[in-house]
Design a protein around this ligand. Structure first.
Ligand code: NAI
Ligand code: MG
Length: 372
């Protein structure tokens, strides 16, 4: 299981100094839309943890998002980055509402934050709860978090021959970032091998078309595996072209264990995988780097339901648990996950995305009562 794997990884990634830390400063960045409804849910869970864990939290409210951009001209204020770097061991990030058309001066703050804080891995466990009607699946999507098309080098120009517009984007894959993401993915697979008795790494790519960029990703992942064969002995190594990966994800999700992917495919695959477990509203993530961990639900700002009090808080609650796991508190993370699983298994108190009628707050209270 991921739990102890990530606590071990936390120490591997230089977060060891936080491992014993009982006093934690947590930045809260709700962002836009339902981010403002789900981040308070994560905060409530932390505030109401049983004193037996001995954890104390200081919270710092931080700004970022499209509304912040409209108000101040900056989507990611320098102050937010400075406080995260200098004062916080962890943070919870809600979602930002990025416009689909270009707005001069605006750039997604979460993409910038991942780069500026060196959050090179986005870890997205997608797991069904036993005893429910969900398709059985238990996978961890390990998404590269700093490059690929998300470096956002784009240009639009007029073709001198046809006189029509052309837009181009740069897809960057580096050996350095790929080695880091392949290593953390294999380390997670190694822990799952120890716990489950089997583990498979699936490298996702499209190197049949993008032979250089995705070709490099595939080549480096393979090299990390083969150069450390003794360490990773027993882990099955697979490669899967991304389009057929989507097909297989829906046909036989139980085949996938640890999936490593470049940024864009990882983003798309994890939203797709969320459909296997009922809703985007239940899938968590952790942005992991050497200095700080940011828990972040996989979903966006959900403008269609924002302000109605019915956003599913479970993705954020699970992200809060993941953050604690990486901060060296796997036992607390486990208890939160168990409480969430009990809520899902019982199925009485659930938000409309899961077919229920409950509010965000009612779900939070049910999880808190199970945690008590
Ligand atoms: P979305 O994830 O916001 O919503 C997709 C669908 O899932 C919607 O029907 C929504 O109601 C539902 N949904 C998502 N989270 C839910 C929750 N917790 N509870 C219940 N239902 C939930 O994706 P969409 O609509 O494509 O994007 C909306 C905005 O969010 C866009 O501006 C996009 O740029 C932004 N976005 C931001 C992300 C981030 O900040 N990390 C990630 C993805 C999208
Ligand atoms: Mg996404």
């Amino acid at each position: 299981m991921l739990r102890s794997s990530v606590s071990r990884l936390a120490s591997l990634r230089g977060l060891a100094s936080n491992a014993a830390r009982k006093n934690l400063t947590i930045g809260l960045i709700p962002g836009d839309g339902i981010g403002k409804e789900v981040i308070p849910a994560g905060k409530q869970i932390l505030e109401n943890l049983n004193p037996k864990y001995g954890l104390n939290f200081d919270f710092i409210d931080l700004e970022a998002g499209f509304q912040t951009f409209l108000d101040t001209g900056k989507a990611l204020p320098d102050e937010t980055v400075k406080i995260l770097k200098e004062q916080c061991q962890g943070a919870l990030f809600g979602a930002v509402q990025s416009p689909t058309t270009k707005v001069e001066g605006y750039s997604s703050p979460i993409v910038a934050l991942r780069k500026q804080l060196g959050l090179y891995a986005n870890i997205r466990p997608v797991k069904s709860v036993s005893g429910t009607n969900d398709r059985p699946c238990d996978m961890v999507i390990v998404r590269e978090n700093t490059e690929d098309l998300y470096i956002k080098i784009e240009k639009t120009y007029t073709d001198p021959v046809t006189g029509t517009k052309v837009a181009e984007a740069t897809k960057r894959i580096t050996e350095t970032a790929t080695r880091k993401i392949a290593t953390i993915a294999l380390d997670i697979a190694l822990q799952r091998l120890k716990q489950n008795g089997h583990a498979t790494l699936t490298v996702t790519h499209k190197s049949n078309v993008l032979s250089q960029s995705d070709g490099l990703f595939r080549e480096i992942c393979k090299d990390v595996y083969e150069s450390n064969k003794a360490k990773y002995a027993g882990i099955n190594y697979n490669e899967q072209i991304v389009d057929s990966m989507v097909y297989r994800l829906f046909r036989e999700p139980e085949c996938f264990d640890v999936v490593v992917a470049p940024n864009l495919y990882g983003d798309i695959l994890s939203d797709g995988a969320a459909a296997l477990v009922g809703s985007l509203g239940v899938v968590p993530s952790a942005n992991v780097g050497p200095e700080i961990v940011i828990g972040e639900p996989s979903h966006g700002s959900a403008p269609d339901i924002a302000g109605k009090g019915v956003a599913n808080p479970i993705a954020t609650i699970r992200s809060t648990a993941l953050m604690l796991q990486f901060l060296g508190h796997p036992e607390v993370a486990k208890d939160i996950e168990t409480a969430v699983d009990a809520n899902i298994r019982e199925g009485n108190i659930k938000t409309p995305d899961l077919g229920g009628k409950s509010t965000t707050q009612q779900v939070v209270e049910d999880v808190l009562s199970k945690l008590a």
